[in-house]
Design a protein around this ligand. Structure first.
Ligand SMILES: O=C(O)CCC(=O)C(=O)O
Length: 396
């Protein structure tokens, strides 16, 4: 996190301050972490590992059956867990365990050698707060989380020397994990395309280019998040509500639990940890590209007073250059999208939107981030002009 004076304070160090033993020790949380009353979570027991919550679980070993279930889950939830996904449980466990090791066993000095630049959006490395464009940094409520972000695709962005070496095979492990997640993301996008009645490579081609260009066009980041135990889970959030801005996120969590999906715009539902499952989250560009037929999944992370929690999120983002927006003949889907996004974000987040050239939404690395304009025509024109040029290829 960036303090008022611009200094970076690590949440883990804060949580453990005073104990001298690496054990959580603080009793109260600093005011910067306290959510306003309307944002505070209502805490309940929640489903335990493998418990029932309603979040769909899809078995990918039955491809035909999966297509329909995936379509329903994308429409109703924007997210679902998958099993029999083809990624070895051993690899998932190794990544979880290495992530925990990174935060629990590596010295702060070692982690700080890989600090990301707190002033540059989406910079790689050890961080404590995702950069938002804000007028008043003091007004932002901070997340109870530290993270380590790895840039993994395209390969021209992948530089393992920027990743720590605290385990002899850590760099190879992250590279192998990234490769497997990319394969799964491609499989899932083809299933999602088919579930929309489209040819299987349709969405993939739109967002990542035709096959021969693919290596250079997939943008992928692997982010390991660490949520230290927090003495006031009723007042704080590990991660504030947001939907991801790219195409598809694949998330693996440990068995502590705390991730929630927003169902029907008002009901926070805990995603039960399932050790061999991977959570698939549709992101904003998939909502846009599906003409709003499928939705991106707003989600947040709770804190808890007893255990540190770990997750590994792999973000897949569209290439920066392609045009693939779907045209909606009625012209109002983008209005629906804009209204949903506008109500989803906090006033602070909305304030954080950089308004450029009079457009009521912000662009980061070529993507629409927060749309706060509710006029469909303006949004559509703005997206066309700023991202996709005048060539818009209808898909549905
Ligand atoms: O830790 C989690 O479960 C959620 C992580 C997440 O949403 C993110 O990194 O954007």
């Amino acid at each position: 996190m960036v303090g008022g004076g611009g200094e970076v304070v690590r949440v883990q160090a804060l949580a453990e301050s005073g104990s001298g033993s690496g054990v959580p020790n603080i009793i109260n949380v600093p005011s910067q972490f306290i959510q306003p009353p309307e944002k505070r979570p209502v805490l309940g027991p929640g489903p335990g590992p493998g418990g029932e919550s309603g979040v769909p679980v899809v078995d990918l070993s039955d491809w035909e059956g999966a297509r329909e279930e995936v379509g329903r889950a994308c429409r109703d939830w924007g997210g679902f867990q998958v099993r029999n996904h083809g990624v070895g449980i051993g690899l998932l466990n190794q990544m979880r365990s290495a992530g925990l090791h990174l935060f629990r066993e590596c010295s702060m000095e070692e982690k700080l050698r890989y600090s990301c630049d707190p002033h540059t959006p989406a910079s790689e490395g050890y961080g404590s707060r995702m950069l938002q464009v804000v007028d008043n940094i003091e007004s932002v409520v901070l997340d109870w989380r530290d993270y380590f972000d790895h840039h993994t695709f395209p390969l021209s962005r992948r530089d393992p020397t920027r990743w720590p070496q605290f385990l002899p095979n850590y760099r190879e492990l992250v590279a192998a994990y990234s490769d497997e997640m990319k394969k799964l993301a491609l499989k899932l996008l083809s299933l999602i395309s088919q579930s929309l009645g489209l040819p299987s490579s349709c969405i993939q081609d739109k967002i990542w280019g035709e096959e021969e260009e693919e290596e250079e066009e997939v943008y992928q980041n692997v982010t390991v998040s660490y949520y230290p135990p927090c003495p006031r889970p009723d007042l704080t959030l590990g991660l504030q509500p947001h939907s991801d801005m790219g195409a598809l996120t694949l998330l693996v969590q440990d068995d502590v639990g705390g991730l929630q999906l927003l169902k029907d715009d008002h009901n926070w539902v805990t995603v039960p940890p399932i050790s061999d499952a991977i959570l698939v989250l549709l992101a904003d560009q998939t909502e846009i590209i599906s003409n709003g037929k499928y939705r991106s999944a707003p989600h947040r992370a709770l804190t808890n007073p007893h255990y540190p929690r770990l997750s590994v999120a792999t973000f897949h983002d569209p290439s920066k250059t392609l045009g693939g927006l779907l045209r909606d003949q009625r012209g109002d889907v983008y209005g629906v999208f804009a209204r949903r996004v506008a109500t989803r974000f906090s006033p602070e987040a909305a304030e954080a939107v950089a308004v450029r050239e009079g457009l009521q939404f912000s662009i980061q690395s070529g993507f629409v981030v927060h749309v706060i304009e509710t006029n469909a025509a303006t949004v559509l024109q703005a997206i066309q002009r700023r991202i996709f040029g005048s060539q818009i290829a209808p898909l549905i």
